[in-house]
Ligand binder design. Sequence first.
Ligand SMILES: Cc1ncc(COP(=O)(O)O)c(C=O)c1O
Length: 465
Amino acid sequence: MPSAALAGATAPPRTAAEVAPPEHRPYAGLVSDTPDVHLNLNVRGMANSATVSINERSNALLAQGRDIVKLGLGQSPFPVPAPVVRALQANAHQKDYLPVRGLPALRKAVADYHRRGDGIDREGDDVIIGPGSKELMFLLQLVFYGDLVIPTPSWVSYAPQARIIGRQVRLLPTRAEDDWRLLPEGLEALCREDPGRPRIVILNYPSNPTGGTYTVDELQELAAVARKHRVVLLSDEIYGELHHTGQHVSIARFYPEGTIVSSGLSKWCGAGGWRLGTFMFPRQMHWLLAAMASVASETFTSTCAPVQYAAVEAFVGNPELDEYLVRSRRVLRAIGRYVAQRLRAAGIACQDPAGGFYLFPSFHAHRDRLRARGIDTSPEMVARLLDETGVAVLPGTDFGRPPGELTCRLAYVDFDGDMALSHATAGANLNEAALRRLSPRIVNALDRIGEWARMEPARLTAVSG
Ligand SMILES: Cc1ncc(COP(=O)(O)O)c(C=O)c1O
């Protein structure tokens, strides 16, 4: 006779209704037939983040044997620099929980790094380390009571985070004619509507999704408006080190008392999957840091210990890391400018990037041709582009833009970063011939995009038929 436990283990799974009658099922809804009713209203109907979804869809098509060029997910193409990998290996034995705000040596290294690179005078005490800057942004929004102001186009996760928490989001649209930059007048007008209202304004540059940045004058003007209205500025500078000519300037220089600087290992150190982000606060805002640390202590406890030890190496820096960065920038600048120029040649509007690895092209000049093919919106456009050419990009709607604008975000990262770095020596000529060798998939995607955009409806029927 089998034991009851064994019998249970081999029996087919039963529904909640079979397990007990409803009156004996106090948690019935949690295993239930109508699970939606028990979801927090703020997350009901929410899908996976747009970038994760495009990656999954591209992988599914790849698994079907399709040739897919992945320009959707924005992940660094470069390997983690060797000294940082060695530091992680050497610290694999670090097993203890670390202080909730982060390893003291790392907090100091981050403050020193910002002092060296950005001229911002901060101490280790001003820094908090988290499992990705994304998580720190979520905590900040959770503990701060006020609106979130997001210039659009903007990174995909700011607004959904605010929605999860139940914060009011104010989108501040920018214009292609202004290279998608937030203008001081726009910020001023928004702050004037309700002058006393507490707000966090997010500024992200070099920008995901546009690749654009700000001049020193523009930063000073924005800082003056922020100071006048006493807004909290969250300056997302995670692509700062990837300014293509190494000339990133932090707005914290011009509004030190009101700016939180967000950064991390994910982009410039190619270590997105290591999950380490940093926030640096002015002294005046330690109340926010302390509240974030309290919530962190009740949720993630502390960031992965070996990764924090390895990150000390990254933030302290050394000549090998400097060279890695110089070469990364060289490669990104050459590919980014080449892609932008090829898109423009195909009648697709696109500014040259100043940093990072993204572009935000607009197909508006092809509007009539696309409409004749049944494409009126950016989600329709990118879905058809993927199906008909195998090129994966994200629609402008995911970045807060109107559907009819026909914009998309293209991440020019589908190339062998290791090989590209080894070629990008000082004086290397990264001309078109070199880029065809170093990033053949991207060049091929550009051929496909250009041809697809110009296709007439009749030709398309012939091709797909
Ligand atoms: C603009 C921007 N901010 C923040 C992040 C989050 O980075 P992480 O959580 O890896 O630090 C990303 C990642 O894609 C990003 O593009």
